[in-house]
Design a protein around this ligand. Structure first.
Ligand code: FES
Length: 128
């Protein structure tokens, strides 16, 4: 998968196959979701259902992670976009965000999955 800067990024096998299918015309009707990483200026286009952490990996952005299952809160970042651009936070992500007391626009990158449109990942919720 190519990032906007033209660099080739390694994506998980499922995402690679979906992207190839789209290019080859097998994933008719699948709209990719635009994910912009504000601090770096990098943008990637990913299939719906991709986590923001996977999108960050494709963009070549290092994200500090811990459990990668929505429980530790290490990867809480501010996220902007239309209300329906991400799937709603479910457990355990919801409970972790509540426990952390972060702003309402924060999501855990390992758990938040894109749905449609354009998502802007604005910055680490804890580090500022
Ligand atoms: S890495 Fe632990 S919550 Fe995302």
């Amino acid at each position: 998968m190519l990032a906007r800067d033209g660099a080739r990024r390694h994506a998980p096998a499922r995402i690679r196959s979906l992207a190839k299918g789209r290019v080859a015309g097998f994933a008719v009707g699948m709209d990719l979701v635009e994910v912009c990483f504000q601090g770096s200026g990098k943008t990637v286009f990913v299939p719906p259902g991709t986590t923001l952490l996977a999108a960050a990996g494709m963009a070549g952005i290092d994200v500090a992670t811990g459990c990668t299952r929505g429980m530790c809160g290490t990867d809480a970042w501010h996220v902007q976009g239309a209300a329906d651009c991400l799937h709603v936070a479910v457990e355990p992500e919801r409970a972790t965000l509540d426990r952390m007391g972060v702003a309402a626009d924060c999501r855990l990158l390992c758990s938040a999955r894109v749905q449609r449109g354009r998502v802007v990942v604005a910055g680490d919720a804890v580090a500022g």
